[in-house]
Design a protein around this ligand. Sequence first.
Ligand code: TYM
Length: 341
Amino acid sequence: MIVVSGIQPTGNLHLGNYLGAIRNWVKMQDDMGSDRKCLFFLADLHAISLPHDPAQLRDNTLEMTAALVACGLDPARCVLFNQAQVPAHAELQWLLMGTARMGWLNRMTQWKDKAGKNREGQSVALFGYPVLQAADVLLYQATHVPVGEDQKQHLELARDIAQKFNNDFASEEDPVFTLPEPFIPPAAARIMSLRDGSKKMSKSDVSDMSRINLTDDADTMAQKVKKAKTDPEPLPSELDGLEGRPEALNLVSIYAALAGTTPEAVLAEFGGQGFGAFKPALAEQLVSVLGPIRDRFVELKDDREQLDAILVRGASQARELGTPTLDAAYDALGLVRASGS
Ligand code: TYM
């Protein structure tokens, strides 16, 4: 079992990232036996597909590393690194560019959302973004990729690319790439904005009130929950009663994910009560789960030397782990490289 996943170091880690992905990364690392390898990385190469400030990207990469360690990733038990220190990601992306089809990329909903009506004005990197994501996982022969629901389509594309490359350039008995499986949590796979239950919680939302950041203090979290959009009805006692009430469903799902229970159990407890009673209970859950993470993050975030050392060590391990597959991909394509490159 080879587990690989990444996160863009743009802005803060938020509750959606934590419940949808990072919490599962930590679980997979903790359950790891000798037959398992876990690699987690900062997708800094992906972050240049949209306009960005170089100094801020550098800072964010270290901050996000601190946030991941604060969440429970242990660089002694997983390989933690940033893409930019492992050139094989960019190299393999180029090798896969010959296999990925324009039509496949054109269908990506994230491309459509991010480009909006201005496709002509977007960077080529934004269009080719999912091919780099495919390279990220195929490079290590990933079997499991823990992600939130929004990344499912990108992983299906990675499988399509792997399959076509294997068909075109390898034999069935000796494929170059393993087909990766997305590993999406059954609950909390899509946490929605606190301001609009039809939009996912996101780093790029202009309103900070729309998300809970891992860096928010207890008062800020409580304020955000208090101001979260809801409706005037009390909570129902059964899940069916949340149909057509996306904001209420989102808050109940968040509570359940934090408390390690189901939305049904939350409704059994709070059914019939209004948000005046439910919101303070939710804020309490948030503070009890995220508070300790935030404290560890504050301790770690200014220790640039330690964070740099973590990434240097992780990158050196990742470079070594990726070499056989990169070599095999060059070879399959008939590309002759200088020896030792
Ligand atoms: P990114 O940086 O947007 O998000 C990191 C992880 O958090 C999950 N996530 C959510 N889950 C539930 N609810 C939400 N509101 C929410 N928002 C984000 C994402 O699904 C993701 O798992 N393209 C990727 C980064 C990437 C990657 C990869 C992931 C690059 N290469 C290879 C997996 C494998 C991204 O932008 O995620």
